[in-house]
Design a protein around this ligand. Structure first.
Ligand SMILES: [Zn+2]
Ligand SMILES: [Zn+2]
Length: 555
């Protein structure tokens, strides 16, 4: 049996999940994991909260708590958000787990011993008021590349570039606002420049890598890769495992990736199975586009330095805007996963965020569009097809799938399409075109509704019972197929179809069996509507609440 190691980007433990996170990373990864499980692939799907770094340390300082307290709180919230969206991790860990510290330190040491980490004394911003160095987020200023304001010591949000804190123009200490002075400090550098050619080779030679990841990464390589400072002068983090490096920690991006590995290692201990087998077979990372640099440049270079197999693919979901405007958590222009999922079923959110746009394109969440798709597609197309099939079977065939007679041309066409759909969707999911797979499913459900209308079984049942029987025979077969192929996308609804149709003995969790027909005479259960329409009033209320934030914040 083949294996796959699937990861989704580590959510940073300083805030809960919003719809953008779910769209770009967690839902696509989950679809892929569920699909593979249904195809007899052994899946190890892991994630963890990323709990180090200066944003958490700064916040802790600002509110007088410990960084761990903050991480504890958000780890719990994020875990709840992802559970509420039905993300089927095999293990969800945290980077403050002792195993992660052990793995992080060993990784660092091996790179050091392999000669890929070296020491160098450099200038760093130092705050005389606070009496300390100002790594990363402790210092803010103007980006030297794009002149964007509020650029942090390690990263510019406006242009997405990785920064060196002393490059910042007009720097200021984030805690006391004073202008830092420049002081020397010895740090550990990773020889990223050494891997430039290797990375280029890996990226151009990897046919699986999606074009957005490829293009960004090759662009950065073209600009030239500089060696990368891998340590910080601060307390919150994994201590550098060298005696002479007291008071220094490993930079959060130098260890966060290993959260994938440490989560897997914990899973291994529990299950008594080696995670390495999964990694070595095929590793696929799902990330948001903001961390393409990290996953297409840093991470593979670190892995090359360590001497282990590189991931097979890095799939990057792009951004989700809200009602046409960039999401902003600080301006409260955002929809939090927990609030949304308290009011709406997770499956309709999963449906909407997938069908809305291809993963490799930015897209928008709009309440009106959400309502339109749920009502017109889920309720009117899918829900209607299923409900009329089940109700009709219940009413006119005593709840039993009727015996088919000779099929006419139209029936045959429908039958062929039912038989073909699992393969069509399968190909699309395997090439990470999740949206296109779902579109094919909805297209077939639309066709099925037309077929149902054209066959007029309500008339035929009195005038031409064979025609009615063929129609309901085939519609029930499609319903069964849908119960299987919708499962990666909308698992709860798919399980409800299984339940209504009494399909528990039909291996509906196996993709291969998706278009295997259920024998005539099989008794289905009592029909119940599976998809509800969303009332206009509800959307109006949601929009009012959201736009109230906009007014309050005067964006
Ligand atoms: Zn910039
Ligand atoms: Zn200061």
């Amino acid at each position: 049996m083949s294996k796959v190691f699937i990861t989704s980007a580590l959510p940073y433990a300083n805030g809960p999940c919003h719809l953008g996170h779910l769209r770009s990373t967690y839902i696509p990864a989950d679809i892929y994991a569920r699909y593979n499980r249904m195809n007899n692939v052994e899946v190890l799907f892991v994630c963890a909260t990323d709990e180090h770094g200066t944003p958490i340390a700064v916040r802790a300082e600002e509110i007088g708590k410990s960084p761990k307290e903050i991480a504890d709180k958000f780890h719990k919230m994020i875990k709840n958000d992802l559970d509420a969206c039905n993300i089927s991790f095999d293990y969800f860990s945290r980077t403050t787990d002792p195993i992660h510290y052990e793995i992080g330190q060993n990784f660092f040491l091996k790179l050091y011993k392999n000669g890929y980490i070296y020491e160098k004394t450099i200038n760093q911003p130092y705050c005389n008021e606070c009496k300390r160095f100002l790594p990363d987020r402790y210092v803010e200023g103007i980006c030297p590349h794009c002149k964007g304001e509020g650029a942090r010591g390690d990263h510019c949000e406006s242009c997405g570039r990785h920064l060196d804190p002393i490059q910042l123009e007009e720097p200021a200490c984030l805690i006391c606002s004073s202008t830092p002075e420049i002081k020397e400090s010895t740090h550990y550098f990773f020889k990223l420049s050494h891997f430039e050619e290797y990375l280029k080779e890996w990226i151009t030679g990897n046919r699986e890598l999606p074009s957005n990841v490829k293009n960004y990464a090759l662009g950065w390589i073209k600009e030239g890769l500089k060696d990368w400072i891998l340590t910080r002068d601060m307390e919150w983090g994994i201590p550098v495992p060298l005696e002479e490096a007291e008071g220094k920690i490993i930079y959060v991006w130098g260890e966060a990736f290993l959260g994938y590995i440490s989560a897997a290692a914990q899973w291994s201990r529990k299950k008594n199975k080696p995670w390495e087998d999964y990694w070595n077979d095929k590793a696929v990372h799902f990330i948001g586009k903001d961390i393409i640099y990290h996953h297409a440049i840093f991470w593979p270079a670190l892995l090359m330095a360590y001497g282990c197999k590189l991931p097979a693919n890095v799939v990057a979901g792009e951004y989700l805007s809200l009602e046409g405007k960039k999401m902003s958590t600080s301006k409260n222009w955002v929809i939090w996963a927990s609030e949304f999922l308290e009011k709406f079923e997770s499956d309709i959110l999963r449906y909407y965020l997938v069908i809305n746009a291809p993963l490799n394109r930015d897209t928008d969440f709009s309440w009106d569009d959400f309502r339109r798709r749920v009502n017109d597609e889920l309720a009117d197309v899918l829900g209607n097809f299923l409900h009329r099939t089940f109700s009709f079977t219940d009413r006119f065939f005593e709840g039993k799938i009727p015996e088919p007679a000779e099929l006419d041309e139209y029936d045959e066409e429908f039958k062929e399409r039912i038989k073909a759909i699992p393969k069509v969707v399968s190909k699309l999911i395997e090439s990470f075109k999740f949206r296109e797979g779902l579109i094919e499913i909805i297209r077939l459900a639309k066709f099925a509704n037309k077929y149902f209308n054209d066959q007029e079984p309500w008339k035929a049942v009195k005038e031409n019972s064979k025609k009615a029987a063929n129609c309901l025979y085939l519609c029930n077969q499609l319903a069964k197929t849908l119960a299987v192929i919708l499962a990666p996308y909308i698992p709860i609804k798919a399980a409800q179809i299984v339940e209504v149709m009494n399909l528990e003995n039909f291996e509906t969790c196996r993709w291969k069996k998706a278009s295997e027909f259920v024998p005539a005479g099989h008794k289905i259960g009592k029909p119940k509507p599976l998809f509800k329409k969303i009332e206009d009033e509800i959307i109006k209320k949601e929009k009012e609440e959201l736009y109230k934030n906009l007014k309050d914040m005067k964006i």
